[in-house]
Write a protein of this length. Structure first.
Length: 263
């Protein structure tokens, strides 16, 4: 806008100079004669040219100032644009870095632990124990322990044979043994894995051990006495687990397991 205004001023000045020269020339001729008028006209033209040159110089100076101002403004605007671009790039880098950290944290997160088994309804009702077929389990021989009653799950329910004076479900209950070593199952952990779905098993009878290689067997101590042990039952439907002594807290009405001597 400033450049256009200066151009208009210059055009107006040039027109004014021409009009002034045209008006003043006839007056000079009439008053002084042709020769003197010629000198006046020449002097007037020289003054006009001088004025024009002076005006052009001033205009040129103004134009140079305008260009300098425009260049300075453009430089400042360019610097501002560059600063905005740098800020945008920094924000994008920070956002990308945060996303990477977030994704790495998600990858390192551990899976949620499996939910604990829900407690169910206690439905096992053991009543009586038999040591082998005909209740004739003997030391030194493999046999099956039968638990009679109702509400059994032959695939999941388990038994644990303990000393006759100990309490079912107690953490201090001792696994029954004759000599202290060589018995099958050998310890509490082995009892929790002894299946009770052998031949003869049903909803009214647990058949624990197959009477052969995986059947119960107590070492013969060569005594003629009969051992009276106690059978504790784990009702899997009650707690959803048969892994600790507290799970074997169901005591049959008649829990005694008699182990006969060989003689």
């Amino acid at each position: 806008m400033k450049i256009q205004s200066l151009a208009l001023i210059l055009t107006f000045a040039l027109g004014a100079v021409r009009v002034n020269a045209a008006v003043e020339a006839p007056a000079d001729i009439e008053e002084y004669g042709e020769e003197e008028a010629s000198g006046v006209k020449s002097q007037s033209s020289s003054e006009t040219v001088a004025d024009l040159l002076s005006l052009m110089q001033e205009t040129e100076g103004e134009l140079m100032d305008v260009h300098e101002d425009a260049g300075r403004d453009e430089g400042e605007a360019g610097a501002a644009r560059r600063r905005r671009r740098r800020r945008r790039r920094r924000r994008r880098r920070r956002s990308s870095s945060k996303k990477k950290k977030s994704s790495s944290k998600k990858k390192k997160s551990r899976p949620a632990p499996a939910p604990a088994p829900k407690a169910g309804k206690a439905d096992a009702r053991p009543t009586k124990i038999e040591a082998g077929w005909g209740d004739l389990g003997k030391r030194g021989e493999h046999f099956t322990v039968f638990v009679l009653g109702s509400g059994f799950d032959t695939a999941k329910d388990r038994i644990h044979v303990i000393h006759g004076n100990d309490v079912c479900g107690s953490s201090s209950a001792r696994t029954a043994t004759t000599t202290g070593s060589g018995d099958i199952p050998a310890n509490f952990g082995a009892w929790t894995k002894l299946p009770c779905n052998s031949v003869g098993a049903s909803g009214s009878k647990l058949a624990c051990g197959d009477g052969e290689s995986t059947g119960l067997r107590y070492v013969d101590d060569h005594w003629v006495d009969t051992y009276d042990f106690k059978v504790c039952v784990c009702d899997f439907s009650k707690k959803g687990s048969c892994s600790s002594k507290s799970d074997f807290d169901v005591t049959p009405n008649n829990p005694t397991l008699q182990i006969q001597s060989v003689v």
